[in-house]
Design a protein around this ligand. Sequence first.
Ligand SMILES: [Zn+2]
Length: 337
Amino acid sequence: MAKDFHPPYPWQTGLWQQLRHDRQQLGHALLLYGRAGIGKYAFARYLSQALLCKQPHSGHPCGECASCHWFNEESHPDFRLLSPEQAAESDDESAPSKKTKKKTQISVSQIRDLNEFLSLSSHRNDGARIVLIQPAEALNAASANALLKMLEEPAPDVIFILVANQLQRLLPTIISRCQKVSMPAPSESQALAWLSEQGVQNAQQQLAYASGSPIQVVNEQAQLTTLADIWQQLALGSKLQPHLAASMLIAHSAETGIIALQKWLCDLLTMRLTKQVHYHIGQSGALQGLSDKVNLSQLMQLQKKVDELRKLALHPLNHELQLEALLVEYTRVFVNK
Ligand SMILES: [Zn+2]
């Protein structure tokens, strides 16, 4: 599966052609923005590789030159990726005790570390150097201001590529220094056609569950295929076995398990109020049956508690016990008629 899983994706080809033709006019800072899960980051990486490639074919990276090899091995001397995960990796070496806490921000020291990279000349005399920042929302006030100074006095031949889901979470001064590129989202039929090429079964159901993101469907195939069992448990309502369901939910990660429960409760509520579902289009029958029996205020209280647990999901706690306690509450939101 996934043999054609590389950008530009079908819904990005128009933009790709356009950027290719305008390559000479590319500014020193690009801001690729659009909703989550439409392949912005993959596109940004592909564009970076193409800009660094020594012998691009019609604008596409050749995949064979030394530059492409370095890029694919994550060791290109003229490429820097800045993300919260990179910060977590470097911190782990110096402070193993912090390992369990997931990083969510790009730190000011990560930006300052760029100074050396920017002051060097390109590894190749003729080439560009690229800094990819993903996601740009992860910049905090200090790191955004440090970056702003770099964007105000751009080093020659350096291209910054910022990727963002939510423009409103960026400093306006950062946005104004960048050339904004609106990233296209796939239509439902484009997404389904592409998923079918990737060999995904039940694509329509999975796409609904992934809020219309075909990239998420492919990336999370392993966990999406276990959802059917989880849904079967949740559909038992008051007869659900909390201990069993909690261990199923936690199987991949606390975060994905809590999200699965959030989405289920959300559909239970919308089914009750509007007779529709957003995420579980194959389970509407079961949800309809459950929603008739639900005590609304108890359901909404439970939703609040699950939302609070989600906020904690980045911290290392024993989520299985907490989830189990919430699932006990879940079995009690149904009124026997
Ligand atoms: Zn190449």
